[in-house]
Design a protein around this ligand. Structure first.
Ligand SMILES: Cc1ncc(C[n+]2csc(CCOP(=O)(O)OP(=O)(O)O)c2C)c(N)n1
Length: 658
């Protein structure tokens, strides 16, 4: 039996020897690699944070003490150490272990997250709450720690939290896990500063440490004296004023080797003894312990299957060559977007692009390869990305912000006030709209369409396929106002490629005509409506008109009203939240036109959608073709052919009646 298999409580960690802990670190890594081969997941970040997790759990008494994982993508070791070893093989699968901390899974998980930059605010809130409670046991104050990456530490939210934290006296340990990487390389002034720190302060001798440190730390009693004594003892560590944190009133300790357990434990222990907030800066290697991930942490940041077929990789070795040709996958919407943007930008030097730390995921890395000076990676700073786009537009540029639907939520007021109120020509390329699958609850792109529909001046479109996406991008960059184009994470429809051609804003498209039903869709879900229309015709002899809505705003109200009149049922379909979306727009339009036909709104059920394969989630949510068909049948009181045959068998008199 491995040590990991015997772990059911992190308290057991404190009984292990240094050699056992080293073996355990290896076992944790192996388990992660073997699991992610089958499930995909945030491998590189979690591999790099193994020793941090071990050290925190050894000096803290979780769940009484609280360990907050910023973003939460690096917490696999924490999960494995807190009772989820047995079920870890279900990582990111429906009803399995989630890819981020989840309070429903374990008392050791503090916060259900997934978005970067929340950790320090959560930690500060917990610390403030603790310090408002009467101290029951003065000898043992609750310890609170936040582990935050060098990219997430630069988010606006974290900077706001640090600024607040520095003005308080709350004891809070912030472990700054610095691997020099975001998903791509970390960017930003603070990054440059941390880089310099790494170069100049790493592993300086103790003598100079004490010489520099002793005069600078204010004398505040016995505990601190102990800390100073410890500094004198001969630890290889640099203590110095680090302007950025210390100017805000937060003690900085660094730089430590984030894979040296003993050194981290001792430092954390001492940091908890200090009377206020402390940043401990540790240097880690992203992907640590797995050569392919160490070499290419970008691909192994959030390894998904495909395109990185980890099944072909032996965890202990180099990647093995594929035995068969990888399955050809149609081009993604993201790729079509990037192609069109590069095409248009070649002739229009006003076009520039902004990403908030996601150049590869959004396809903008391609744009950057062609036009490096026109790509702005602002780091994980979605709010700034949008307002900077407003500034670029005011300066005569045609900015394109490519952003995942879920992360665009961060910049709502920037969209309302900075872009829409000023009616500026900014294209918001909303990638990952709809269900995204295994990344789960925090990442589903389902809450962007409804709030955007409320915004004056904003045009909102979604294409039926990847070529129509090219058309919409071409349209958007000729439009003189804010426009938001929503498209999914999926592969496209494998249409023959061509460059985009502008289309008319606010015009829908009739794809098929029929007299019984009207099916109207927003985005690629229209393809499923065509299959539903086929099935209704085949199984029930019902003819449907199918409209590709294209624009949620302005909606093609007259086209929809014209085709809705006299139908048995109008069906709207979208892969977005149930309330306030495209279907509600159609309902309002029909009411305004005085057309009273029953309307079935197909959308995602109210509530959050958790993790799992996207096809499975679509099935669960009844937004796949079969699910939509079933909903239509329910609405019309029809039976599926198989059911009809079954009930006919059960009751032959019915069959003769038919
Ligand atoms: C608000 C938000 N924007 C973007 C992302 C996508 N994202 C996930 S992890 C990550 C990089 C995090 O880098 P860092 O904090 O340094 O941690 P590391 O993965 O390097 O350990 C990004 C950009 C996110 N989760 N949340």
């Amino acid at each position: 039996m491995t040590i990991l298999e015997t772990m059911n409580d992190p308290a057991q960690l404190r009984k292990l020897s240094a050699a056992q802990l080293e073996s355990l670190a290896g076992e944790l890594r192996e388990k992660m690699i073997r699991t992610v081969q089958h499930t995909g997941g945030h491998l590189a970040s979690s591999l790099g944070a193994v020793e941090i997790a071990l050290a925190l759990h050894r000096v803290m008494d979780s769940p009484r003490d609280r360990i907050v994982w910023d973003t939460g993508h690096q917490a696999y070791a924490h999960k494995l150490l807190t009772g989820r070893f047995e079920r870890f093989g279900t990582l990111r699968q429906v009803d399995g272990v989630g890819g981020f901390p989840r309070r429903s899974e374990s008392d050791h998980d503090v916060f259900d997250g997934g978005h970067a930059g929340t950790g320090v605010s959560i930690g500060l809130g917990l610390a403030a709450a603790r310090d408002l409670r009467p101290v029951r046991d003065p000898g043992r104050r609750q310890r609170i720690a936040v582990c935050v990456g060098d990219a997430a530490v630069q988010t606006g939210l974290t900077l706001e939290a640090l600024n607040h934290l520095g003005a308080t006296k709350h004891r809070l340990l912030i472990v700054l896990n610095d691997n020099e990487m975001s998903i791509s390389r970390s960017v930003g002034g603070l990054s440059t500063r941390l880089n310099k720190l790494r170069l100049t302060r790493a592993y300086q001798g103790t003598k100079s440490v004490t010489q520099r440190v002793l005069p600078r730390i204010p004398v505040i009693g016995r505990l601190l004296f102990n800390v100073l004594a410890w500094a004198k003892e001969g630890f290889k560590r640099s203590w110095a004023k680090v302007g950025f944190f210390e100017d805000m009133g937060i003690t900085y300790i660094g730089l430590l080797d984030g894979h040296n357990l003993a050194e981290m434990e001792e430092t954390f222990e001492r940091a908890f003894a200090l009377p206020g907030p402390v940043v401990v800066h540790v240097k880690t290697i992203k992907g640590k312990g797995y050569a392919p991930a160490e070499r290419d942490s970008v691909s192994f940041h959030g390894a998904s299957l495909p395109p990185i077929d980890l099944c072909l990789i032996d965890p202990t070795e180099e990647p093995l060559p594929p035995e068969t040709e990888p399955r050809r996958r149609p081009r993604t919407y993201t790729a079509a977007f990037a192609d069109e943007l590069v095409h248009l930008a070649a002739d229009d030097d006003r076009i520039c692009a902004i990403t908030a730390g996601m150049p590869t995921g959004t396809g903008l890395a391609r744009f950057g390869a062609h036009f490096p000076s026109r790509l702005f990676d602002v780091g994980i700073a979605e709010q700034h990305a949008l307002t900077m786009a407003a500034g670029l537009a005011l300066g005569g540029k045609r900015p394109v912000v490519a952003i995942y639907s879920t992360f665009s939520q961060r910049g709502y007021d920037q969209l309302v006030h900075d872009i829409c109120q000023n009616n500026l020509p900014v294209l918001l390329a909303i990638d990952r709209a709809g269900l995204v699958g295994e990344d789960g609850t925090s990442h589903q792109g389902m809450f962007t369409l409804s709030p955007q529909r409320a915004l004056p001046n904003l045009v909102i479109g979604s294409p039926k396929d990847e070529i129509e996406l090219r058309d919409m991008v071409a349209t958007a960059l000729r439009h003189d106002g804010p426009i938001s184009i929503h498209y999914p994470r999926d592969a496209g429809e494998d249409r023959p490629d061509r460059v985009g051609e502008p289309i008319e804003i606010g015009r829908g498209e009739v794809l098929r005509s029929g007299g019984d039903l009207l099916l109207v869709g927003f985005g690629p879900i229209v393809q499923r409506l065509l299959r539903v229309a086929d099935a209704l015709q085949r199984d029930h002899g019902l003819a449907s008109t199918v409209i590709n809505g294209r624009w949620a705003k302005p909606l093609d109200e007259s086209l929809i009203a014209q085709h809705a009149a006299g139908k048995r049922l109008v069906v709207t379909a979208e892969e977005s939240a149930f309330m306030g979306g495209f279907g509600d727009g159609v309902l309002d339009a029909l009411n305004r036109a005085g057309i009273h036909v029953p309307l079935l709104k197909v959308a995602l059920a109210e509530g959050f959608v958790h993790h799992g394969a996207v096809d499975e989630l679509r099935r669960q949510q009844r937004v796949d073709a079969a699910g939509i068909l079933a909903q239509v049948r329910d609405a019309l009181g029809l039976m599926a052919p198989a059911e009809a045959a079954e009930s006919a068998e059960a009751d032959p008199s019915d069959a003769s009646a038919a």
